[in-house]
Write a protein that binds this ligand. Structure first.
Ligand SMILES: C[S@@+](CC[C@H](N)C(=O)[O-])C[C@H]1O[C@@H](n2cnc3c(N)ncnc32)[C@H](O)[C@@H]1O
Length: 185
């Protein structure tokens, strides 16, 4: 994903903050394509052991060796094996990143009761700027479709947002649960 690799740490996404409480207390959290680590830091500060994966760990260099923080440098798209084979997480966060072949491994990497929080750009975003390459833009309903039959969708949104900048996004909160999900976290 070349278009908008701005990894400067910004504020945690409101969507991730809203549903962070669904993740089991002290459960391990994976921040995939973590960039500057805004969600790694959010969950670490909430008392979770965190794992950040990115091909460029420059944005989280300050967290190297910090207690409860695991950083993995990996290219998720060059055909090398999934860097977290056999690992399971209580929470997985993916924001402003899309590589469709990872939908399956991400679902498999959820522990029972595990929570997937995903927010990234969708079709129509090209009128606001980058990313504009369809390879990096979700089709309408795609995130919900990708987890159908595997995870329980707790919340799904898609549309135009003005925050933190005008964009077309899709947002998903889904849980690896059979029964009803406790919404109050
Ligand atoms: C737009 S940034 C988003 C960072 C973070 N998730 C956030 O929302 O603040 C996209 C991130 O994806 C990472 N990335 C892009 N292609 C990658 C690849 N092939 N393998 C691993 N990470 C990649 C970039 O290094 C960058 O940190």
């Amino acid at each position: 994903m070349k278009a908008c690799d701005s990894a400067a740490p910004g504020a945690a996404a409101a969507w991730v903050v809203r549903f962070a409480g669904l993740v089991a207390p002290e459960g391990s959290v994976l921040d995939l394509a973590c960039g500057g680590g805004r969600h790694l830091r959010l969950f670490r500060d909430r008392g979770h052991p965190v794992t950040g994966v990115d091909r460029d760990l420059g944005g989280v260099a300050d967290l190297t060796g910090a207690p409860g923080v695991e950083l993995i440098r990996a290219d998720l798209e060059d055909g090398s094996p999934w860097p977290l084979a056999g690992r399971r997480f209580a929470g997985i966060v993916v924001t402003n990143y899309l590589h469709r072949p990872l939908f399956g491994p991400l679902i498999d990497a959820l522990a029972p009761g595990g929570v997937l929080l995903y927010e990234t750009f969708a079709a129509g975003n090209e009128r606001f700027g980058k990313p504009s390459n369809p390879a990096f833009l979700l089709h309408p309903g795609e995130l919900a479709e990708a987890v159908r039959g595997h995870l329980q969708v707790v919340a799904f949104e898609q549309g135009v947002t003005a925050r933190p900048r005008p964009a077309v996004v899709q947002r998903l909160a889904a849980v690896a649960a059979d029964g009803p999900v406790a919404l109050d976290g």
